[in-house]
Design a protein around this ligand. Sequence first.
Ligand SMILES: [Cu+2]
Length: 476
Amino acid sequence: MRSKTKRLMVATFCLMALLASVVFAYGTSVAQVPGGTLDPLSIPQFVEPLVIPPVMPAKGVQFDKSIGKFVPYYEIEVVQFNQQVLPQRDINNAQLNPTTVWSYAAVGRPETRNYPAWTIENLKDLPSRVKWVNNLKDASGNYLPHLLPIDQTLHWANPSMDCIDHDHGMMMQQMRNMVMTDCRGQSQEPYRGPVPIVTHVHGAHVQPNSDGYPEAWYLPAANNVGGFATEGTRYDDIFGGSGRGKGFAVFQYPNDQRSTTLWYHDHTLGMTRANVYAGPAGFFMIRDLKDLSLGLPGPAPLPGVDPNGNPLVRKFIREIPIVIQDRSFNADGSLFYPGNRAFFESLNVPGKPEQFPDAGVLDIPFIPDFAQGGGRSDVSPIWNPEFFGNTMVVNGKTWPFLKVEQSRYRLRFLNGSDSRFLILQNDNHLPFWQIGADGGFLPAPVQLDRLLIAPAERADVIVDFSNVPVGTEIVL
Ligand SMILES: [Cu+2]
């Protein structure tokens, strides 16, 4: 295999303010990050307002006998829909299509469909219970295939049960009288079957049976899932075995931890990267009534009030969750994600159209083929060890802007990228006052001019726009 040249791109973010109040938005410097057929330089920046994720509605309450308390109960499904992630028009005024994405939404409440998902609000020490439904089905009840190329040769969910280690697999199957999933597959083709989903709340204190183990996945309850394993090997552990059924699992979160910023996302074995890239992720806040005495900027979005398209509500809000994700797109608006290992090597695939003009081809044996010398190849044909997108998507829009008041704001950042570390700074030299991180509040606020956030990491930050003149533009 040819050695690869490491592609380096510094994530230069820009914070930008404009208008009669203060506004800010996000941009990235020009850099040649390879991606799909949509040229990121054709996407106008700072034309769409930042979406403020509303609060996920609960279905009701349920009585938990073991603790003798009523607990909030949610029914949340993963669904597929179209969303205008790109602006409506490119820089030449040509139309840009909506993007087909997945996300979480309240069951039976299509108005809650948004990528990223609406925020689940929790009170410390009050458990919450969620029925997580995999509803990746079409209108006629058949399963929807994945939006992105899924490598079947990794150690992954493998609902097709075509385990490479077949003899071992058969023996295990007979011994344990169970189907063999959660293994490396034989096929070098992308998986086109029904999509496994299992949800994990990142950073939550939780019992194993509600953790969303990677092997606890389940398929949608679709008409045509015959021939596939419908659950992973740890599915039976779910909620003590009582909170499960076809196409769903019920998990309970004790919320017995410090108030903090958590997030929920798919966690399926060997395909979390692609499932999360397709969209399903949202904030999961734990709040402590004691925090009300801290005098932090607020309020956050309130239950039952969608702040988007409502200037009065937006003017009032002072706490905003912000998830930043790098993505790449194709000219038809679809998400781009690499479909071959050669992409990672900046090389071409033999016999396929060039993805890197004038580069060579990657012509090596892939799993399960045997390499020279007799050993099995250990290189997967589709999977890329890391991925960098060439646009910045913030709360489900490319390079949005936000009007702010002359006031302090609490910004709850999440880096929802696959591989990219983010270094945030702004061109107005406004300091970030970091007050919290993954586990909760810091002992004291820390003043920073740059904010480094790793993938999946959160930063709870106060930015003070009080003394910024009206009309200023700040680029993050
Ligand atoms: Cu996570």
